[in-house]
Design a protein around this ligand. Structure first.
Ligand SMILES: [Zn+2]
Length: 304
């Protein structure tokens, strides 16, 4: 690890991507004295405000969506700030693009390049550029970030300064693999797992803030087990976040940690025991939330 403190910049498509996909890793960096900046490319309102989608479903054209959108964007930003604070960072830059505008455009690239020039990060973290065939908004912002990285390292125009980011990681690269018929093959690969077991409770608490997506409560706890818990189990851990490096790493010697060396003599009982650890699933629900079986019975079964 670098001897000086570093600055990490995460470029997220939707507000909750800022902490949901790499927040445990960012919390570790904050704890070692590093700086974290989160750039939210879109408001997340048109596609990721499930409360508003339900309002729209019921009211249809009668709902004045444009009036609600502004207020909903403020709500999502506030939720995200509260969630990120739990994990120890609160430098959040809101670019404010619409999240149903999913095309790769120069204004998005420029805005991210400007953020890179301003923040001068040592590490950039963003979405895998080919997620779901490269067609959805995560992929667009992943692609825009790579273009912006390239743009920011150039001479620039006018009084723009140059900044080169030496390391880029794609977050949660395999999460959507197989999610659609377009996401089955391609460039998805996780070559780095970060053990976040010590902060999984904070990720659950952060998700509890995301009321606009109904992510709090039971869903937050299940998500900890099925997402970070699945990544953890795959890497002999309890909970992990996964990453894919964009460029090959450059080192003087092979990188290996004491934790990896400890695995040589580890009993299988300890390895399975660690993977079986449940933290998120056992955390108490917030006072205003309850488990429910209301949605449990599939319609097909009812008619059988
Ligand atoms: Zn997202």
């Amino acid at each position: 690890m670098a001897s000086r403190s570093i600055h990490l910049m995460l470029v997220a498509t939707h507000p909750s991507d800022s902490f949901d996909q790499a927040g445990g890793t960012l919390a570790h960096h904050v704890a070692r004295g590093d700086q974290v900046t989160v750039v939210l490319a879109t408001t997340g309102v048109r596609s990721h405000h499930n409360q508003l989608q339900d309002e729209r479903r019921i009211a249809g054209a009668e709902l004045n969506v444009e009036e609600r959108v502004k207020e909903a964007a403020r709500q999502k930003l506030e939720e995200t700030r509260n969630a990120c604070r739990i994990l120890g960072f609160d430098d959040i830059r809101d670019l404010g693009f619409e999240d149903d505008d999913t095309l790769l455009t120069d204004d998005k690239i420029d805005a991210i390049a400007d953020a890179i020039r301003d923040v001068k990060p040592d590490i950039l973290i963003t979405h895998q550029p080919y997620e779901i065939g490269g067609l959805i908004s995560h992929a667009t912002i992943g692609q825009a970030t790579i273009h912006a990285w390239q743009r920011a390292m150039g001479v620039g125009r006018g009084n723009q300064i140059r900044h080169y980011v030496p390391a880029i990681y794609f977050m949660n690269p395999m999460a959507y693999m197989g999610y659609s018929s377009l996401g089955c093959a391609g460039t998805f690969h996780a070559d780095l797992y970060i053990d976040i077991t010590d902060v999984i409770d904070k990720k659950v608490q952060a998700l509890d803030y995301i009321a606009s997506q109904y992510y709090g409560g039971a869903f937050a706890r299940k998500r900890a087990e099925t997402e970070d818990g699945a990544h953890g189990s795959r890497s002999r851990l309890a909970y992990a976040e996964q990453f894919q490096s964009f460029y090959p790493m450059v080192r003087y010697t092979f990188p290996i940690t004491d934790s990896e060396l400890d695995l040589i003599d580890e009993p299988d009982e300890a390895m399975i025991g660690r993977r079986g650890e449940i933290v998120g699933g056992l955390m108490p629900l917030p006072p205003n939330m309850a488990f429910t079986s209301e949605y449990r019975i599939p319609k097909e079964k009812e008619g059988a």
